[in-house]
Design a protein around this ligand. Structure first.
Ligand code: UDP
Ligand code: MG
Length: 327
């Protein structure tokens, strides 16, 4: 994997892009300037790795044009759209020496902060994560749901997942090596980063609006991401089902005693159709919810058990000097 004598003083900017043909040309000069600044201030060389997550627009052609202009740019293209989490995994897998800084392709994560991230890394931190102070250009609904999600997640998960922290972060070589060992299919990157541990520090920043193009995360995708996060990092919902079952059983027992007592004392004229329907329907509903919950976990178990590769690579164009052994 990692050559023993590989220099660790290297920084790779990893950018996952899905249909970002409009944003990438705006991002590239900022990334190049950020690398120059890092090299000036800290004497650390760097490269850029763009991962094309199976885009259907001109993203790949745009990337190739950018790589032709800048010898520091490496390109990776996946065989289809695997989603941001896997695209990032594919990118990080190819950072074989030095640290990696993950950024969004739309310029929402300011590359100008790269120097500050590196300063923290050099000070001994392994996971420097950007924490959003404001989220410009995002509606109240997205902000409110994101806020609620981070709070619920924080309560449910035993792994520390800092609130309002996205994927904008720098990972030290040893954090990257640790991450590379986690090959689970259902990847909730924010949780995985938290699981790794080591020395962590938050770097507050202002999250700007998208430079161009549209968000790739609609409500449905975010909902699925939230489900992924919760089921990957907590089994609390399963326990909730147990408690719900116990509570219902207790109630049912009390009610049963009452019904039997009543029948013994006053006899049992046939009645109670509405109560019976209410109880049957309620219990049916509770059971289906519990079954669905178990199904969510079982489905994930099934997916993992297949042991398929996480992603497939269509093309890998390493920049000069970048290891090209792994594909
Ligand atoms: N992205 C990706 N694959 C996908 C969806 C998104 O690589 O299937 C990338 C996208 O190109 C961008 C980043 O993930 O660089 C964040 O996406 P977006 O800006 O749409 O999300 P938002 O900032 O709105 O949450
Ligand atoms: Mg964005």
């Amino acid at each position: 994997m990692k050559p023993a004598d590989a220099p660790d003083n290297h920084l790779t900017l990893v950018v996952a892009a899905f249909n970002e043909a409009a944003s990438l040309p705006l991002l590239q000069p900022r990334l190049a300037a950020a690398l120059d600044a890092v090299s000036m201030e800290h004497g650390i060389g760097g490269g850029i790795l763009y991962v094309d997550d199976g885009s259907s627009d001109a993203t790949w052609a745009v990337m190739q044009a950018l790589a032709a202009q800048d010898p520091r740019v490496s390109l990776l293209r996946l065989s289809r759209n695997f989603g941001k989490e896997l695209a990032l995994t594919a990118g990080l897998d190819r950072v074989v020496h030095g640290a990696a800084l993950i950024l969004d392709a739309d310029g929402q994560d300011p590359p100008e902060l790269a120097s500050q991230f590196v300063a923290h890394w050099l000070a001994g931190f392994d996971d420097v994560h950007g924490t959003r102070l404001v989220r410009e250009g995002e509606g109240w609904w997205k902000r409110a749901t994101a806020h609620a999600f981070y709070r619920v997640m924080g309560r449910l998960s035993k792994t520390p997942i800092p609130a309002d922290t996205g994927d904008f972060r720098l990972l030290s070589p040893r954090a990257l090596a640790a991450l590379a060992q986690m090959r689970e299919r259902h990847r909730f990157m924010k949780g995985l980063f938290g699981w790794v541990g080591f020395n962590r520090v938050a770097l507050p920043y202002q999250r700007g609006p998208r430079a161009a193009g549209e968000t790739k995360f609609n409500f449905w995708r975010l909902w699925n991401l939230a489900l992924e996060g919760i089921t990957s990092f907590s089994t609390a919902p399963l326990r909730l089902a147990t408690y719900l079952g116990m509570a219902t059983a207790l109630l049912a027992f009390g009610y049963g005693c009452w019904v039997i007592g009543k029948a013994l004392l006053w006899g049992d004229a046939v009645q109670g159709w509405p109560t019976m329907m209410a109880v049957i329907l309620f219990l049916g509903g509770v059971q289906l919810i519990a079954l669905g919950l178990i199904g969510e976990y079982l489905g994930r178990l099934y997916e993992e058990s297949k042991q398929r590769p996480l992603y497939l690579v269509d093309a890998w164009q390493p920049a000069a000097g970048v290891c090209s052994d792994r594909i």
